[in-house]
Write a protein that binds this ligand. Structure first.
Ligand code: AMP
Length: 310
């Protein structure tokens, strides 16, 4: 059963409905679909009456797959109340066609969440997240947003930081869950969280892959079978870099060999970088402990990213 807030409002009136919803959520292990920030705040307030105030937050853009669901599962193990947002954030798309083609599968997403954990599914409108009195105070990203994705998607991370900042202000979670699949995004959100002094623990979750090794992504829905096989060159190149790191003295030599391997496949490479996992700057020494290899490439019209600590 899916509980729609508006329906309960009719039955129970305004003051009791959030409490009723929450009791149902906790006792019957259901999910609540919440489509406005006012509704969400009502529910969060009432959850405190039930001593369920530790909130785990999982921001997503929908088209859910196992990569997202592991975040939800972990959040439900570690928190009293889980909020999963589904919001295709326009400010992080620098390409209007990419925004338009982004898969939207709300009904299936709700079914998947029902099978995964009892949670509140927050599907806000744009004005809920970007109200007239926007709470956002711009954060200096100290250049973290200028490398890799930032070079090819100008403004993307400003959009990501803006939306996550506004979600944190609204929801006030104890913990927020992000995937390492979006490695640069994770580094930037950790920075934003520190600078803005949000009392939120950022929980990092491993990249979930298909059995083939292809990182799960909502964008994979746009790949045909042949393209899914061709896209494996990304993971194979990452493994190549990890395995062959010991055979190279200079990062540039390793990078050159990796690009050569990648270009033997069919994808169009945008970048392949070996970076320090914290600063995101190119490394100058292969012996430094904390290196991540990051790749972005086009498979047909679909842009894919992946990374591996090497
Ligand atoms: P998205 O809906 O693409 O914005 O992703 C929402 C969250 O799910 C982000 O924190 C992503 O890093 C995470 N995520 C997406 N795909 C994966 C994956 N294959 N493995 C782990 N986390 C993922």
């Amino acid at each position: 059963m899916l509980i729609k807030n508006a329906k309960l409002q009719k039955i129970y009136g305004f003051s009791k409905k959030h409490l009723v919803l929450l009791v149902i959520l906790f006792k019957l292990k259901e999910i609540i679909l919440c489509e406005s920030s006012n509704e969400l705040l009502g529910i969060i307030n009432k959850s405190q009456l039930l001593n369920k105030s530790e909130i785990g937050f999982v921001p997503t853009m929908g088209a859910l797959h196992e990569g997202h669901l592991q975040l939800v599962r972990r959040a439900s193990e570690e928190n009293e109340l889980v909020i999963v947002s589904i919001f295709v954030n326009p400010t992080q798309f620098n390409n209007p066609e990419d925004l338009e083609k982004y898969p939207r599968t709300l009904d299936t997403d709700i079914q998947l969440l029902k099978q995964t954990a009892n949670c509140i599914v927050f599907v806000p409108k744009q004005f809920d997240i970007y109200p007239k009195n926007d709470p956002y105070e711009p954060i200096d990203l100290v250049g973290l947003d200028q490398v890799m994705e930032g070079r090819f998607r100008p403004g993307h991370f400003q959009g990501v930081v803006h939306v996550v900042y506004n979600f944190f202000k609204l929801i006030k979670p104890c913990r927020a869950y992000f995937g390492k699949k979006d490695f640069q995004q994770l580094a930037i959100i950790k920075h934003m969280n520190r600078v803005a002094k949000f009392p939120v623990q950022i929980v990092e979750c491993e990249t979930i892959r298909e059995d083939s090794g292809l990182a799960k992504s909502s964008r994979n829905l746009r790949l045909n079978e042949l393209q899914q096989r061709e896209a494996l060159i990304i993971y194979h190149t990452l493994l190549f870099v990890k395995e062959h790191k010991k055979n190279f003295r200079e990062p540039l030599e390793l990078k050159k060999a990796a690009i050569e391997k990648f270009n033997a496949g069919k994808l169009k490479l945008e970048y392949l970088e070996l970076v320090d996992s914290n600063t995101l700057q190119e490394i100058s020494d292969l012996k430094s402990g904390n290196i991540t290899c990051c790749i972005a490439a086009y498979c047909g019209e679909v842009r894919l990213i992946d990374n591996l600590a090497i």
